[in-house]
Design a binder for this molecule. Structure first.
Ligand code: CO
Length: 154
């Protein structure tokens, strides 16, 4: 399966607000999900949002701690007051890292790749990745979140 090209900042597609997925079982969506997973794995990322592969729909894939999550129409229902500041990267900003403050824990609702509605409580790196990917669905990028000067690694 060929991997999908990942668009990079400042491509304007990354700024669009993605549209709700009406039918998660639509064959186009079902075909896209495994391709996004393959692309995520080959890119050694933690998460990939559909707009990064030029599909402006509310779909993202995350793999963290050996667990794969397909999030369709994800919504943050609540978040902790406590925030953590961490260095964060993005496949659309290759080689760059930004210090970003984000809530430590989130509760979300989403639809999975089989069309089932689910709830998830997340903390740590998973919570961070979920928030990062949902930001992509709203056209929000690391450069918007970062209040601290950009750092370069490697
Ligand atoms: Co990203």
């Amino acid at each position: 399966m060929p991997i999908l090209p990942i668009i990079k900042y400042p491509n304007p597609i990354l700024r669009k607000k993605a549209e709700k997925v009406n039918d998660p079982l639509d064959p186009e969506i079902q075909k896209l999900i495994p391709r996004m997973i393959e692309t995520l794995r080959k890119s050694n990322g933690l998460g990939l949002a559909a707009p990064q592969v030029k599909k402006t729909i509310r779909l993202c894939v995350i793999e963290e701690g050996g667990v794969l999550y397909t999030l369709i129409n994800p919504k943050i229902k609540s978040q902790s007051k406590n925030k953590i500041i961490m260095d964060e990267g993005c496949l659309s900003f290759p080689g760059k890292f930004f210090l970003i403050a984000r809530p430590e824990k989130v509760k979300i609702r989403y639809t999975d790749g089989k069309g089932e509605n689910r709830k998830l409580k997340a903390e740590g790196l998973l919570a961070r990745t979920i928030q990062h990917e949902i930001d992509h669905l709203d056209g929000i990028l690391l450069t918007d979140r970062s209040k601290i000067k950009k750092t370069k690694k490697l």
